[in-house]
Design a protein around this ligand. Structure first.
Ligand SMILES: *[C@@H]1O[C@H](CO)[C@@H](O)[C@H](O)[C@H]1NC(C)=O
Ligand SMILES: *[C@@H]1O[C@H](CO)[C@@H](O)[C@H](O)[C@H]1NC(C)=O
Ligand SMILES: *[C@@H]1O[C@H](CO)[C@@H](O)[C@H](O)[C@H]1NC(C)=O
Ligand SMILES: *[C@@H]1O[C@H](CO)[C@@H](O)[C@H](O)[C@H]1NC(C)=O
Ligand SMILES: *[C@@H]1O[C@H](CO)[C@@H](O)[C@H](O)[C@H]1NC(C)=O
Ligand SMILES: CC(=O)N[C@H]1CO[C@H](CO)[C@@H](O)[C@@H]1O
Length: 545
């Protein structure tokens, strides 16, 4: 434990050091609906490759972090360069690992990174969406670790979360994630790194979805939009593929848009004849390039190379892509010539689109702590989080649980909806207890409830009174007061310090120690489907033409 804490701390420091000492690639910035080199104002087109081996195959929740394996990076970068790659997309990063060597090698090779902020176990669930403290810490933990590398082009705050008209409400939670990640970057004084979203290509919602992320106040909207696009299969054309329709549909989008995945494999080997069109004059006014799915050959049959140990063999697809990308010469704009792009209007709600523009509150640990400290009846700390769901259902049949739930359709969110599962459950147990005479037996819950002394610090009074006893008053968290838990260097020790006194804490009123690890442990409050949108499965899932 001690060792891993130590090591993690050193890795973070080393990453920051090398990030600054070694950086050579100029930053990329967004102006209007395009990307530009900040250094000389020249337009930047994404020529990307998805670079991550299967994140879904293992039986536990671990995954291969592609930027934490310098041997593999060294092996693969020459092949990426042969394909003119200037961006790799990675889907899941492990904040406990060191990324400095891969990041430097990529930088030296002229390659930027666009990273998803979620990971299989910590992402916004389209069927039960939340934007909570745990996710806030995960997202900002990745930002902390990567912000100092100038070859980080941007972050995705979600991948294919709302994927059809039945779950558009989840986008309100993803947009809150965009808003808060942007605010966090600003508050920390980091360089301005764009934060965007990656969507699937669902005809019913794709235009509303892009408008939703691109609309509104600049603090709130996404900085760019990616769409995973598999419409061009085999030999096709601008109009028959559907590219023309898509280009027309997005022509007024106020932020950059690109293919965050492309490369239909219904016809193999892939010839990539879409490349000339994507980087040609019909599309470059609207699109900023694309990311080919994907580097590694796997069972889904989308690979450009097949890898075995230290050896890499290129496939037919590799050679076709190389020749296609070798013959493009897209015209480049300059920041000076950017004509003003009109702001995108938010979509109206209707049969296909039902996400409110009123977003969930910013997760704020201080608000949650104030609430928890003020309770007299809480869930006993010995109760397994797998029992939370039953208790929650029981209690919320009896009392109004609006203070801890949120609804992306109505745009109504409880003040305590971003708190941890333990805090939220405790809040409603306490409400039940108070509604039932505040007697000891009203906090029994078959031995799962626990009485403690309630405390309200003077700094908490105004928060608690604005939230009201039901937790539905308007209090919004702020990034500045959210005490960000640095999961990148405290994660490994948090479990030890947390569990050390869980058995004695049920009757104490001291605040629980809160850490990334503790939140992870309590995950699973409501029934959660496993991973939503594992990026890799998605490539396959999407091929419904
Ligand atoms: C701008 O800078 C980039 C990156 O250094 C370079 O590739 C590009 O050629 C430059 N563009 C112009 C017009 O000088
Ligand atoms: C992240 O890396 C740590 C340290 O090697 C490992 O213990 C952990 O399982 C990894 N997490 C995932 C989700 O792969
Ligand atoms: C990286 O960190 C160093 C040290 O804090 C800082 O001086 C430098 O400006 C940072 N670079 C970027 C690109 O954020
Ligand atoms: C694209 O096609 C859809 C039908 O598939 C149609 O409703 C829409 O109007 C088209 N958009 C454009 C801009 O042509
Ligand atoms: C949100 O509110 C709408 C409208 O009242 C309702 O139809 C929907 O079921 C609610 N969603 C959730 C997740 O409770
Ligand atoms: C691991 C550890 O030190 N746990 C302690 C936490 O507190 C309880 C009760 O006060 C002790 O019994 C444990 O030994």
């Amino acid at each position: 434990m001690l060792f891993s804490k130590f090591a993690a701390g050193v890795l973070v420091a080393a990453g920051a050091f090398f990030g600054s000492a070694h950086a050579s690639l100029p930053e990329i910035e967004v102006v209007g609906n395009k990307f530009f080199y900040k250094s000389n104002g020249s337009q930047f087109y994404i020529k990307g490759i998805a670079y991550q081996s299967d994140v879904t195959s293992s039986s536990d929740s671990s995954f291969n972090d592609p930027l934490a394996d310098p041997t593999a990076c060294k092996r693969d970068i020459p092949y990426l360069q042969e394909l003119y790659t200037n961006v790799v997309r990675v889907y899941a990063l492990n904040v406990s690992l060191d990324h400095s060597e891969c990041m430097e090698m990529l930088d030296d090779a002229g390659i930027y990174v666009i990273a998803d902020l979620s990971q299989p176990d910590e992402s916004i669930d389209r069927d039960d969406p939340e934007w909570n403290l745990e996710l806030f810490n995960r997202y900002t933990g990745v930002v902390d670790l990567f912000q100092n590398y100038t070859n980080v082009l941007g972050f995705f705050a979600g991948n294919e979360v709302s994927n059809d008209k039945t779950n558009t409400d989840a986008s309100a939670f993803v947009k809150a994630a965009v808003r808060d990640t942007k605010a966090y970057i600003k508050t920390q004084g980091y360089r301005s790194i764009p934060v965007g979203y990656s969507a699937n290509d669902d005809k019913d919602i794709r235009v509303d979805l892009a408008d939703y992320f691109a609309c509104g106040d600049s603090d709130e909207r996404a900085d760019f939009f990616g769409i995973n696009m598999y419409e061009w299969c085999g030999d096709s054309s601008y109009s028959t593929s559907g590219y023309e329709n898509a280009t027309d549909s997005y022509k007024n989008l106020g932020i950059p848009i690109f293919f965050s995945e492309y490369g239909c494999n219904q016809v193999t080997p892939r010839k990539f004849t879409e490349v000339g069109t994507l980087y040609g004059s019909k599309m470059t006014g609207v699109w900023s390039g694309g990311i080919v799915y994907q580097y590694f050959e796997e069972t889904n049959n989308y690979g450009l190379v097949s890898v075995s140990g230290s050896s890499v063999s290129t496939m037919d697809d590799f050679n076709s892509l190389k020749s296609q990308l070798g013959s493009i010469s897209p015209s480049t704009a300059n920041t000076k010539s950017v004509s003003s792009v009109s702001a995108t209007s938010c979509p109206s709600t209707g049969a296909d689109w039902s996400a409110s523009t009123n977003l969930p509150p910013t997760p704020d640990e201080t608000i949650c702590n104030c609430m928890y400290d003020s309770l007299s009846c809480v869930i006993d700390s010995d109760v397994s989080s797998s029992d939370y769901s039953d208790l929650y259902s029981y209690v919320c049949d009896e009392i109004d649980c609006a203070g801890i739930t949120g609804n992306g359709t109505t745009g109504k969110y409880g003040t305590y909806s971003p708190c941890t599962d333990e805090e939220r459950l405790s809040f409603v147990l306490n409400l039940y207890y108070e509604n039932n005479g505040a007697s000891k037996s009203a906090c029994s819950f078959n031995g799962k409830g626990s009485i403690k002394s309630a405390k309200t610090a003077s700094t908490c009074s105004s928060v608690l009174s604005s939230a009201g006893s039901s937790g539905t008053g308007s209090v919004s968290g702020t990034i500045a007061t959210t005490k960000h838990t640095d999961i990148t260097n405290s994660g490994s020790t948090a479990t030890a310090s947390d569990s050390s006194n869980s058995s004695g804490s049920s009757s104490s009123s001291t605040s629980k120690s809160k850490s990334g690890a503790a939140r992870q442990a309590s995950f699973g409050f409501l029934t959660k489907t496993l991973y939503i949108g594992s990026a890799i499965a998605i490539g396959v899932g999407l091929i419904v033409v």
